[in-house]
Design a protein around this ligand. Structure first.
Ligand code: HPA
Length: 270
């Protein structure tokens, strides 16, 4: 695995015109943030040795290297979900490659269902912590000591200083944001009402099918992580209605400008 990571990172370093320290993974319906990236160089996943190729509609797969708010970034438009059938090692492969390319801070975005009764549809939630309910752990198996420790500490996966800056930026732009705990599940089903209730009881504010594996692997390797969720539907008793992937994409997309502002200004502050 490590050999493949290094091989892929070496390929990217040989073709990338810049050396970004900021990585961004764009979630469902949130790929358009990438249109704000200037001086861009696009690298389709098919061209990258050892890279998986994404299968879901709404997740076109390419790396975009360029400038966001004047800062060099490397963005993944399209990520790999466990529910697509990839083993965890594949889901998290790009994050490991990012580390070897020189990325120090990782931004992750996603669409998720909200269990917190104070949330509204379209709420922007900054992830302050997570609960990992994926059936396979991304660090299960041989530990690569070159990457990080066998038993990584998880007391602050999501960098508190970046969360603080997100609030400062949101306040300045009159953007409403909330903090919350993200529950990561495998999907691909959305939740039953009983499951939303259960995730609320165990301490979750939102639930989704991504982010946690990438955040764990990034944190294991000592990267700073900032995560943000767009609440596209509510798993709150009395407010639960049918959810469709289409609606999830539309609501996420409608919140993109706010998300772009927050991420861009945090990136500029690094
Ligand atoms: N559950 C899980 N994943 C999701 C949801 C949800 O309600 N909404 C968007 N992604």
């Amino acid at each position: 695995m490590l050999q493949k990571v290094i091989e892929t990172a070496d390929y990217l370093k040989s073709v990338m015109k810049t050396q970004p320290k900021v990585g961004i993974i764009l979630g469902s319906g949130l790929g358009n943030l990438a249109t704000q990236i200037t001086d861009r160089q696009e690298i389709p996943y098919e061209q990258i040795p050892n890279f998986p190729v994404s299968t879901v509609k709404g997740h076109s797969g390419k790396l975009i290297v360029g400038k966001l708010g004047g800062v060099d970034v490397l963005a993944m438009q399209g990520r790999f979900h466990f529910y697509e059938g990839y083993p965890m090692e594949r889901v998290t492969f790009p994050v490991r490659v990012m580390k070897f390319v020189g990325i120090e801070t990782l931004f992750v975005s996603n669409a998720s269902g909200g269990m917190n009764p104070d949330f509204e549809i379209g709420e922007i939630m900054v992830i302050t912590d997570h609960i990992n309910l994926f059936p396979e752990h991304p660090l299960r198996g041989k530990n690569y000591d070159e990457l990080g420790p066998r038993f990584p500490d998880m007391h602050e996966v999501y960098d508190k200083e970046l969360v603080r800056r997100a609030h400062e930026i949101a306040d300045r732009h009159n953007i409403r944001i909330k903090d919350g705990v993200y529950v990561g599940t495998q999907g691909p089903t959305f939740e039953t009402p009983a499951e939303y209730k259960y995730f609320r009881i165990i301490g979750g504010d939102a639930v989704g099918m991504s982010t946690v594996p990438e955040a764990i692997v990034a944190h294991h390797m000592g990267m700073k992580v900032f995560g943000i969720s767009i609440i596209t539907d509510l798993g709150v008793p009395g407010k639960i209605v049918e959810v469709s992937h289409q609606e999830v994409l539309e609501i996420a997309t409608s919140k993109e400008p706010a998300l772009t502002t927050i991420i861009t200004e945090i990136v500029q502050s690094l």
